[in-house]
Every structure is written in structure tokens, then in C-alpha cells.
Design a protein. Structure first.
Length: 216
């Protein structure tokens, strides 16, 4: 892992924030009605993302074949989900029985424990933006690195969802053209992060330095 990869994951979350506000702004607003509820929701959401990142990193590590294969698979998934986010192809919808109902019940709870649990459930709800971000843990091919990358991604979405919780959802971009700009920004930052991980952006003379600092 390098700072550049974590920064890329953070920027992907930041770039996709308007979509995140559109999908989860109401959840953030519901949690913000209780003292410390918004912070607990964010923590739960980041825990959920870290679990998904660890799973995706483990999947990338388990892929057979040459060392560049996880990066290639991650890039393919990133392009696919970015296209879905832009409305160019159908967005995959993973059905998670009981998760939506559980989230609805938890958001009615009073206290930080309920909001923390709601944030955790929220992290597992189907979302094209999250699917796009998971391409980076697959490319990293390491559970711990994958978890760290998804935490960085979640941190990137935190400022916008926090603003949404304070009642500024009118700032959300709802048009198809705006969605496509968001998808393009997510695609660019994601591909740059994968390129950094695979060493494509650096000359061969720099690879030993990167390896010594944990880039592979």
C-alpha cells in the first residue's frame, strides 16, 4: 500500500459523493436527529465498507494466474460499474434478504448503538458506487489493504453525506449528465489508483523503491 493508492480511493469517494448523497442522504438525515447519531452512522458505514474491502481483497488474492491478473480484473469491474453509474449499461442489483427491513427498523432506534448498527447495515446495501470502489481492493489482492482502501473511500464520501444530513440535499446532482460526470471522475481516479498499484505509472527503476515501501 502507498499513500497514492489510499488517496486515489479517497478521491474516488469524494468524486462520487453527489451520488452517495442522493442514495443515502435521507439515512444520514434520519441518524442526525439523535445526539452523536451521525458520527455513529458514519463509523458503522466505514466498518461495513472495510469488511467488503477485505472480502474483495481476499478474492483478488485467490485469483489464479499471473500477478497482473487481479489488477486487470479490477480494471474491468471498475469500467463496468462506472458505465452502470453513468446509465450506459444496466446496474447490477444484488438482493440481500432482510437487509433493507433491518435498516428500516434500526433507523427508528434511539441512541448511538442503533445508529451504529444502521450504518453497518447501510454499508452492505446494493450501490453501484460502492461496487466501483471495490475494484481497487480486488486489484490490491490483499484483505488488509482492501479494507484500508475502502475505509479511505468511505472517508471521501463523509463530508457530502454530513452536509446532506444538515439539510442541504438540494445540492445533490440528479441529472443524467451530472451522473455521467461523476462516473467519469470515479473511473479516472480508480484507474489511476490501479495503475499506481500495478506500477504502470512508474519507470522500472522505481519499482524496487515501491516494493520496499509496501506497494505490492
Amino acid at each position: 500500500m502507498t499513500i497514492a493508492i489510499l488517496l486515489g480511493a479517497f478521491l474516488a469517494g469524494l468524486a462520487g459523493s453527489p451520488h452517495c448523497v442522493l442514495m443515502c442522504g435521507s439515512f444520514a438525515s434520519a441518524c442526525a436527529r439523535h445526539p452523536a447519531g451521525l458520527g455513529a452512522w458514519h463509523i458503522g458505514r466505514l466498518v461495513g465498507y472495510s469488511i467488503l474491502g477485505a472480502i474483495a481483497g481476499a478474492v483478488g488474492h485467490a485469483l489464479p494466474g499471473p500477478a497482473w491478473l487481479p489488477s486487470a480484473v479490477g480494471a474491468v469491474f471498475l469500467v463496468w460499474f462506472a458505465a452502470a453509474l453513468a446509465g450506459l449499461v444496466g446496474e447490477p442489483r444484488l438482493k440481500l434478504p432482510g437487509f433493507s427491513r433491518a435498516g428500516g427498523l434500526l433507523t427508528e432506534g434511539r441512541g448511538t448503538g442503533a445508529q451504529l448498527a444502521f450504518g453497518l447495515v447501510n454499508g452492505f446495501l446494493p450501490c453501484g458506487l460502492v461496487y466501483s470502489a471495490l475494484s481497487l481492493p480486488v486489484a490490491l489482492a490483499n484483505p488488509w489493504s482492501g479494507a484500508a482502501a475502502m475505509i479511505a473511500f468511505g472517508m471521501g464520501t463523509t463530508p457530502a453525506t454530513s452536509i446532506a444530513a444538515l439539510g442541504f440535499r438540494r445540492l445533490t446532482f440528479r441529472s443524467l449528465a451530472a451522473r455521467r460526470w461523476i462516473a467519469l471522475l470515479v473511473l479516472i481516479t480508480g484507474l489511476l489508483s490501479i495503475a499506481v498499484r500495478s506500477g504502470l505509472l512508474f519507470p522500472e527503476s522505481m519499482l524496487p523503491f515501491m516494493h520496499r515501501h509496501g506497494a505490492s
